[in-house]
Design a protein around this ligand. Structure first.
Ligand code: M6R
Length: 606
């Protein structure tokens, strides 16, 4: 939620700041704004506009003053609507200090009341504006030391934040801080960067520094100082970014989502590579299964659906009891967790606040934490005992596709690992699963080669008011994922059901012409016949059946064939046509595919 960039260095600052915002726009697109420190001195140059970054770019013109340091923000609105005035940066009353923020300041009402009493004039409805006024006073109290002022202010804030500030009296300096919200440093040559994630500077440098909780960073073109909130200087934790800059480009595709759908054979192969025969001891060293009585998977949205599939595989292959919990609900019911609980948070971004908080709750009750994450250096893996990284590369489209299939692979790898070390899976079973896993990239490729006709078919249903998804066993979470994709992209009613549940209520939704996507269990499964009956039940009530199946199906009005595969692995193949349906439906209905309304890629607020 909200993308943040900062640049100071040898280049004219506008270009890297704008480029960073372009790459981070997927984090929020309600408004965009930039503040530049002007080389010639004088007031900061600030422009901000409601709406997408394009709106801001349109008004920039060629009157931008020479500047070598600046900050930029792309917003997902929380406090205050998406207006020009509420857009970041926010300024102090002298117009000398500019601040951008990602997160929520929970005590902003009391801070604002206090600041107004002291004579500060507020212009916006945001929680952020309180911080810039507070920082302005603190800077004066610290005789112009912006970093010291930032440390003091952080001590007064409650909630989550990434903050970046720039002051016109020190044009080359940017000070940042983070708590429960992401911020990374990009280390350049004669230039340095700050961003919500590495995509914000990936084209300029591959050298990064991760920042921990409550750390303050102070950068100029040739210095980076990281301190804790008390001012103690910390050793920077450096790492190299493995993602290629081209991975964050559309690469000839109309949309990032389409590119990411087509990348799946590669991202699945990358996530599997070197792991099928056994997970790296470096990964597994951090978790000891001794005494583990329960596994709890915590995740949100698409990652939650991956967890639901994971439950089937891990329970069956390892004999461990697995619960899957919505991270946003988990800690509020105060579940029983202890040192014999293994918690597995799943997160593409590694920054999802609900997942992070659920994980912290479990940790504080003694649980061991083994996370599954796609983003190196992000908070969730940093706070885990061990991590299994998915290798999906940067996922830019808000709707998750390749991260989901990579998360599924991670679930299978964990199931296989636990089954192996607990002696539940025989050698022959391990080998059979390993073989099937290794064949998945080629099978997904096969599915992708045959989905084109599905695009035309999808358009036939573009005016439908509702679409239902049915599945059984691992096909049920796949159905949930198909429905989520359609909701977020097509803005239409969509629901996923377990086939056997229909007759308990949802069948009343079926009307003449209701499109129903049925994910058929493998033809050899005992559930294939049961599902066939469920299809007859809805067909008899007027539904149009689009079946995803590895075998012919007479009752289907439209059949999408996928290759046969091990029962538990079927979601990896079956979800691909569901992603294509959602993608095509968004286009047919004139929606923004990569940046659907009201959403943001990384949900860093509760
Ligand atoms: O970064 P995370 O995997 O933790 O994100 C979790 C969800 O917010 C995410 O999967 C969301 O549901 C997707 N946009 C759905 O496509």
């Amino acid at each position: 939620m909200c993308g943040i960039v900062g640049y100071t260095g040898k280049a004219a600052a506008l270009s890297p700041v704008l480029e960073g915002l372009r790459r981070l726009e997927y984090r929020g697109y309600d408004s965009a704004g930039i503040a530049l420190a002007v080389d010639a001195g004088g007031p900061l140059w600030v422009e901000k506009r409601a709406g997408k970054l394009g709106n801001l770019e349109e008004i920039l013109g060629d009157q931008v003053p020479a500047s070598h340091a600046g900050i930029g923000h792309t917003r997902w609105a929380t406090h205050g609507g998406p207006t020009d005035t509420n857009a970041h940066p926010h300024l102090d009353n002298e117009g000398k200090l500019a601040l951008i923020h990602n997160g929520i300041i929970e005590n902003y009402v009391e801070l604002r009341a206090e600041l107004e009493k002291r004579g500060h004039i507020f212009k916006s409805e945001t929680d952020t504006e309180s911080v810039v006024h507070l920082l302005s006073d603190a800077r004066k109290a610290h005789h112009g030391d912006l970093a010291a002022a930032m440390r003091e202010v952080c001590g007064q804030l409650r909630g989550s934040f990434t903050l970046l500030a720039i002051h016109s009296d020190e044009p080359g300096r940017i000070v940042g801080a983070r708590r429960n919200s992401p911020l990374v440093v990009g280390v350049g040559d004669g230039e340095n960067f700050l961003a919500s994630d590495v995509a914000g500077f990936i084209e300029f440098t591959k050298h990064a520094i991760e920042l921990g909780q409550d750390e303050i960073v102070d950068i100029t073109s040739n210095s980076i100082v990281v301190t804790d909130i008390n001012g103690t200087v910390l050793e920077p934790r450096k790492y190299e970014i493995s993602w290629d800059a081209s991975a964050a480009e559309r690469g000839g595709y109309d949309h990032f989502m389409l590119k990411e759908i087509y990348e799946q054979p590669k991202t699945i192969a990358d996530t599997l590579i070197g792991r099928v025969a056994g997970l790296d001891p470096e990964i597994t060293a951090g978790i000891d299964l001794t005494g583990v009585t329960k596994v709890v998977i915590i995740a949100c949205g698409t990652a939650f659906h991956a967890g639901l599939v994971g439950k089937y595989a891990i329970e069956k292959w390892s004999g461990l009891t697995v619960e899957v919990e919505l991270a946003s609900e988990y800690r509020y019911r105060e579940p029983s967790v202890d040192a014999n609980t293994l918690v597995i948070p799943i997160s593409q971004s590694g920054e999802t606040m609900d997942t992070l908080m659920a994980m912290r709750y479990a940790r504080s009750h003694g649980a061991r934490v083994f996370s599954v994450c796609n983003t190196n250096g992000s908070t969730i893996p940093r706070e885990s005992d061990a991590v299994l990284y998915t290798h999906a590369g940067p996922e830019i489209a808000v709707a998750s596709t390749k991260a989901f299939t990579a998360q599924l692979i991670a679930m299978y790898l964990l199931g296989l690992h636990f089954g192996r070390i607990r002696g539940v899976l025989s050698d022959a079973e391990q080998e059979a699963i390993a073989l099937e896993l290794a064949e998945l990239p080629a099978k997904v490729e096969q599915v992708l080669e045959t989905v084109e006709p599905l695009r035309a078919l999808t358009r036939q249903f573009k005016d439908a008011t509702s679409m239902l998804f049915l599945g059984r066993h691992v096909g049920f979470p796949t159905a949930l994922e198909g429905a989520l994709k359609l909701k977020e992209l097509a803005y239409m009613h969509a629901e996923g059901f377990a086939g056997g549940e229909l007759k308990h209520g949802p069948i009343a939704l079926i009307d003449q012409g209701t499109p129903v996507v049925a994910i058929m269990p493998s033809a050899h499964s005992v559930l294939a016949e049961k599902m066939a009956s469920n299809i007859q039940e809805v067909k008899a009530r007027g539904a149009i059946i689009i079946a995803i199946s590895d075998a012919p199906l007479a009752s289907a009005d439209h059949l999408i064939r996928i290759p046969a595969v091990h029962d538990f692995l079927q979601p990896v193949l079956a979800v691909v046509p569901l992603q294509v349906i959602a993608y095509e439906m968004a286009i047919a209905r004139g929606n923004d595919v990569d940046q659907p309304r009201n959403l943001a890629k990384s949900v860093t607020v509760e």
